[in-house]
Ligand binder design. Structure first.
Ligand code: ZN
Length: 192
Protein backbone atom coordinates (compact mmCIF):
# COMPACT_ATOMS: atom_id res chain seq x y z
CA UNK A 1 0.00 0.00 0.00
CA UNK A 2 1.51 3.36 -0.98
CA UNK A 3 1.36 4.81 2.54
CA UNK A 4 4.26 7.15 3.26
CA UNK A 5 5.61 8.08 6.68
CA UNK A 6 3.58 11.30 6.83
CA UNK A 7 0.34 9.33 6.38
CA UNK A 8 -0.15 10.28 2.73
CA UNK A 9 -1.85 7.87 0.35
CA UNK A 10 -0.73 8.04 -3.26
CA UNK A 11 -2.97 6.78 -6.03
CA UNK A 12 -1.32 3.96 -7.95
CA UNK A 13 -3.01 4.93 -11.20
CA UNK A 14 -2.74 8.72 -11.42
CA UNK A 15 -0.26 9.64 -8.68
CA UNK A 16 -2.68 11.95 -6.81
CA UNK A 17 -1.68 12.42 -3.15
CA UNK A 18 -4.30 12.17 -0.40
CA UNK A 19 -4.15 12.74 3.35
CA UNK A 20 -5.04 9.43 5.02
CA UNK A 21 -8.15 9.60 7.23
CA UNK A 22 -9.64 6.96 9.56
CA UNK A 23 -12.07 4.60 7.83
CA UNK A 24 -14.95 2.67 9.34
CA UNK A 25 -14.91 -1.13 9.10
CA UNK A 26 -15.69 -2.17 5.53
CA UNK A 27 -15.34 1.40 4.20
CA UNK A 28 -13.25 2.08 1.07
CA UNK A 29 -11.24 5.22 0.26
CA UNK A 30 -11.14 6.17 -3.43
CA UNK A 31 -8.98 8.56 -5.41
CA UNK A 32 -10.61 12.00 -5.83
CA UNK A 33 -9.23 12.30 -9.36
CA UNK A 34 -9.71 8.88 -11.00
CA UNK A 35 -11.86 6.96 -8.50
CA UNK A 36 -9.36 4.11 -8.08
CA UNK A 37 -9.50 2.20 -4.78
CA UNK A 38 -6.83 3.44 -2.36
CA UNK A 39 -7.52 1.53 0.82
CA UNK A 40 -10.24 -0.67 2.34
CA UNK A 41 -10.63 -0.98 6.09
CA UNK A 42 -11.16 -4.68 6.91
CA UNK A 43 -14.22 -5.49 9.01
CA UNK A 44 -13.44 -5.94 12.70
CA UNK A 45 -9.93 -4.58 12.17
CA UNK A 46 -10.12 -1.94 14.90
CA UNK A 47 -11.00 -4.59 17.48
CA UNK A 48 -7.94 -6.71 16.69
CA UNK A 49 -5.50 -4.57 18.69
CA UNK A 50 -7.91 -4.49 21.66
CA UNK A 51 -8.42 -8.27 21.50
CA UNK A 52 -4.67 -8.94 21.48
CA UNK A 53 -4.16 -6.39 24.28
CA UNK A 54 -6.81 -8.14 26.38
CA UNK A 55 -5.10 -11.49 25.75
CA UNK A 56 -1.75 -9.95 26.73
CA UNK A 57 -3.15 -8.56 29.98
CA UNK A 58 -4.74 -11.94 30.76
CA UNK A 59 -1.28 -13.54 30.51
CA UNK A 60 0.40 -10.71 32.48
CA UNK A 61 -0.81 -11.81 35.94
CA UNK A 62 0.52 -15.40 35.74
CA UNK A 63 3.65 -14.03 34.03
CA UNK A 64 4.34 -11.90 37.12
CA UNK A 65 3.43 -14.30 39.92
CA UNK A 66 3.67 -17.90 38.68
CA UNK A 67 7.22 -19.38 38.84
CA UNK A 68 9.37 -18.80 35.74
CA UNK A 69 11.93 -21.51 36.23
CA UNK A 70 12.79 -24.27 38.68
CA UNK A 71 16.46 -24.93 39.36
CA UNK A 72 17.61 -28.15 41.02
CA UNK A 73 21.06 -29.18 42.17
CA UNK A 74 21.88 -32.05 44.54
CA UNK A 75 18.32 -32.16 45.83
CA UNK A 76 18.09 -28.40 46.42
CA UNK A 77 15.13 -27.04 44.51
CA UNK A 78 14.53 -23.32 43.96
CA UNK A 79 11.82 -21.60 41.98
CA UNK A 80 11.56 -17.96 41.03
CA UNK A 81 9.04 -15.72 39.32
CA UNK A 82 9.49 -12.41 37.48
CA UNK A 83 9.30 -10.30 40.65
CA UNK A 84 11.82 -12.59 42.43
CA UNK A 85 14.19 -12.09 39.51
CA UNK A 86 14.08 -8.31 39.92
CA UNK A 87 14.54 -8.57 43.71
CA UNK A 88 17.48 -10.98 43.32
CA UNK A 89 19.22 -8.76 40.76
CA UNK A 90 18.93 -5.83 43.17
CA UNK A 91 20.12 -7.97 46.08
CA UNK A 92 23.20 -9.00 44.07
CA UNK A 93 24.38 -5.40 43.54
CA UNK A 94 22.83 -4.97 40.11
CA UNK A 95 20.29 -2.23 40.81
CA UNK A 96 20.46 -0.76 37.30
CA UNK A 97 19.85 -4.13 35.66
CA UNK A 98 16.99 -4.75 38.13
CA UNK A 99 15.47 -1.37 37.22
CA UNK A 100 15.91 -2.08 33.49
CA UNK A 101 14.19 -5.47 33.80
CA UNK A 102 11.38 -3.99 35.90
CA UNK A 103 10.77 -1.02 33.58
CA UNK A 104 11.43 -2.52 30.12
CA UNK A 105 10.23 -6.05 30.89
CA UNK A 106 7.35 -5.29 33.26
CA UNK A 107 6.01 -1.76 33.64
CA UNK A 108 6.36 -0.48 30.04
CA UNK A 109 4.80 -3.59 28.41
CA UNK A 110 1.88 -3.42 30.89
CA UNK A 111 1.28 0.29 30.21
CA UNK A 112 1.55 -0.33 26.45
CA UNK A 113 -1.04 -3.10 26.71
CA UNK A 114 -3.23 -0.70 28.70
CA UNK A 115 -2.92 2.01 26.06
CA UNK A 116 -3.77 -0.51 23.30
CA UNK A 117 -6.81 -1.57 25.31
CA UNK A 118 -8.26 1.94 25.01
CA UNK A 119 -7.12 2.35 21.37
CA UNK A 120 -10.56 1.71 19.90
CA UNK A 121 -12.37 4.41 21.88
CA UNK A 122 -9.47 6.83 22.30
CA UNK A 123 -7.13 6.28 19.33
CA UNK A 124 -5.23 9.56 19.63
CA UNK A 125 -4.21 9.31 23.34
CA UNK A 126 -3.46 5.62 22.75
CA UNK A 127 -1.17 6.51 19.84
CA UNK A 128 0.69 9.20 21.82
CA UNK A 129 1.08 6.91 24.82
CA UNK A 130 2.04 3.96 22.62
CA UNK A 131 4.66 5.90 20.68
CA UNK A 132 6.23 7.04 23.96
CA UNK A 133 6.18 3.56 25.52
CA UNK A 134 7.11 1.33 22.60
CA UNK A 135 10.82 2.23 22.81
CA UNK A 136 10.88 1.19 26.48
CA UNK A 137 8.84 -1.95 26.12
CA UNK A 138 11.09 -4.91 25.27
CA UNK A 139 9.65 -8.12 26.72
CA UNK A 140 11.07 -10.07 23.78
CA UNK A 141 14.61 -9.07 24.84
CA UNK A 142 13.88 -10.40 28.32
CA UNK A 143 12.55 -13.67 26.86
CA UNK A 144 15.75 -13.99 24.81
CA UNK A 145 17.89 -13.29 27.90
CA UNK A 146 16.07 -16.02 29.85
CA UNK A 147 16.60 -18.49 26.98
CA UNK A 148 20.33 -17.67 26.92
CA UNK A 149 20.53 -18.09 30.71
CA UNK A 150 18.71 -21.43 30.46
CA UNK A 151 21.17 -22.80 27.92
CA UNK A 152 24.12 -21.67 30.08
CA UNK A 153 22.62 -22.97 33.33
CA UNK A 154 21.55 -26.24 31.75
CA UNK A 155 25.11 -27.58 31.76
CA UNK A 156 25.58 -26.84 35.49
CA UNK A 157 22.22 -27.50 37.13
CA UNK A 158 18.87 -29.03 36.23
CA UNK A 159 16.62 -26.30 34.93
CA UNK A 160 12.93 -26.54 34.16
CA UNK A 161 10.76 -23.82 32.64
CA UNK A 162 7.41 -23.23 34.36
CA UNK A 163 4.02 -21.81 33.41
CA UNK A 164 5.05 -18.26 34.41
CA UNK A 165 7.73 -18.13 31.73
CA UNK A 166 5.41 -19.43 29.01
CA UNK A 167 2.74 -16.95 30.15
CA UNK A 168 5.35 -14.20 29.79
CA UNK A 169 6.21 -15.45 26.27
CA UNK A 170 2.50 -15.45 25.38
CA UNK A 171 2.13 -11.90 26.78
CA UNK A 172 5.09 -10.75 24.66
CA UNK A 173 3.65 -12.24 21.48
CA UNK A 174 0.19 -10.78 22.22
CA UNK A 175 1.77 -7.36 22.79
CA UNK A 176 3.69 -7.50 19.49
CA UNK A 177 0.56 -8.55 17.59
CA UNK A 178 -1.57 -5.88 19.31
CA UNK A 179 0.95 -3.15 18.50
CA UNK A 180 1.24 -4.33 14.89
CA UNK A 181 -2.57 -4.40 14.49
CA UNK A 182 -2.78 -0.91 15.99
CA UNK A 183 -0.08 0.47 13.69
CA UNK A 184 -1.89 -0.96 10.64
CA UNK A 185 -5.00 1.04 11.50
CA UNK A 186 -5.55 4.36 9.72
CA UNK A 187 -4.20 7.28 11.77
CA UNK A 188 -6.71 8.88 14.18
CA UNK A 189 -8.12 12.27 13.29
CA UNK A 190 -6.48 14.98 15.40
CA UNK A 191 -8.96 16.61 17.76
CA UNK A 192 -9.38 20.34 17.23
ZN1 ZN B 1 -6.13 8.41 -9.02
Amino acid sequence: MPLSSDNMLTCRLCGQDHQAVPLSAGETARCVRCGARLETEPRGHRCTAVAFALAGLAFAAPAAWVPFITVEKLGNVRTGNFIDGVIQLNAHDMPFLAAWVLICGGIAPLLLLGSLLISRRHPLPAKRLGDALVHWSMPEVYVLAVFVALTRLGSIVEVETNAGFWSYCAMSVALLLAWRAFRLQPPPEPSA
